[in-house]
Ligand binder design. Structure first.
Ligand code: PBG
Length: 324
């Protein structure tokens, strides 16, 4: 089975995230998770966002849950000595990210929605999102095998949605089959369906230590000069392959694409308000004018058609109840 519409209805927290029309329930807070104990380190390019070890992350998420942030996206940040050419560590059940997922699920069960990033770039020594073949190209199908292993390991830990951010062709189909064959029939897939090769990801790559050592991501992430047809094709393809949520990324510079895609697809649409967009606002505005700008932007995501909004601003805005 490729499409299981019940996945998005599985828990009340998933239904609230996806089907409620309010901005507040659409928000997802991203987190960067490192190994160790007591780590709570500012990321200089992303004011207010930190790298945290699992013990501190649990405290952060406890206070997030109290202010009504129930959806969380986790990214693993990995020590360079643990990286290799195949991102082997990323699919280890013993990794700190999987540990975080298990502990959060133990504590909050169905009350929390956990999304995990499924990509190779934070765990490869060359920083690319895939397996590099002999002529320095990213091998699509070899990469998919590794993505399936990572997705399965996250599903086993209890992730609600595995979020494929790699942009290999056909990976949603393979991940869906892997989940089905292993009995994970209520685990969702959030696909980064329309992900442009964007300069707006710069601060994230500092935070996640995932910059490519050579070359760029242009052979898999989308060309920002490409038209709506390409965006619609990618989204329809992922919809058919079994994605439960289709994402467009970045957000602010691509709201026209969000609307075009939303008008064509039958699955919920997410936007990722990415690191560069976040830093731009944080560095340009202060106080009340910053709040107003953020709220204006969040409204623009809704208007464009976003059902789900992944944003680093979530905590700041909800902690002061600025959405009413
Ligand atoms: C991993 C990934 C990236 C982002 C999310 N998942 C970086 C990239 O593609 O280089 C970017 C998120 C952000 O900028 O906030 N592939």
């Amino acid at each position: 089975m490729n499409v299981r519409p019940r996945i998005n209805r599985w828990t009340e927290s998933r239904r609230d995230l996806i089907f409620s029309s309010s901005i507040k329930s659409s928000l997802v807070q991203p987190h960067f998770v490192v190994e160790g104990d007591g780590v709570d380190k500012e990321i200089s390019s992303m004011p207010g966002i930190k790298r945290q070890s699992v013990d501190i992350l649990l405290k952060t998420i406890r206070s997030d849950m109290e202010i009504g942030i129930t959806s969380h996206m986790l990214f693993a940040v990995i020590d360079s000595h643990q990286k290799d050419g195949k991102a082997t560590i990323a699919s280890s059940d013993k990794m700190h990210l999987q540990d975080a997922v298990r502990r959060l699920k133990e504590e909050y069960g169905d009350k929390i929605v956990i999304m995990t990033d499924v990509c190779l770039c934070t765990a490869t020594d060359h920083g690319h999102c895939g397996i590099i073949d002999h002529d320095h190209r990213i091998s699509n199908d070899a990469t998919i095998d590794e993505l399936c292993k990572i997705a399965l390991s996250h599903a086993k830990a209890g992730a609600d949605y595995v979020s494929a951010s790699d942009m290999m062709d056909g990976r949603i189909n393979s991940i869906r089959q892997a989940l089905e064959q292993n009995g994970y029939t209520s685990t969702g897939i959030m696909s980064y369906s329309v992900k442009y090769a964007s300069a707006f990801y710069g601060p994230f790559r500092d935070a996640a230590d995932s910059s490519p050592e050579f070359g760029d991501r242009n052979s898999h992430q989308m060309d920002y000069r490409s038209g709506y047809e390409e965006a619609i094709l990618e989204s329809m393809e992922d919809q058919n392959e079994g994605a439960d949520i289709l994402m467009i990324k970045p957000a602010i510079a691509y709201l026209d694409v969000v609307r075009k895609v939303k008008d064509k697809v039958y699955r919920p649409v997410a936007v990722y308000n990415v690191s560069g967009e976040y830093s731009m606002i944080m560095n340009s505005f202060d106080g009340k004018s910053r709040d107003s700008v953020i709220i204006e932007i969040l409204n623009s995501f809704k208007r464009a058609g976003a059902d789900v909004i992944v944003s680093y601003h979530s905590r700041d805005i909800l902690s002061r109840n600025l959405l009413g």
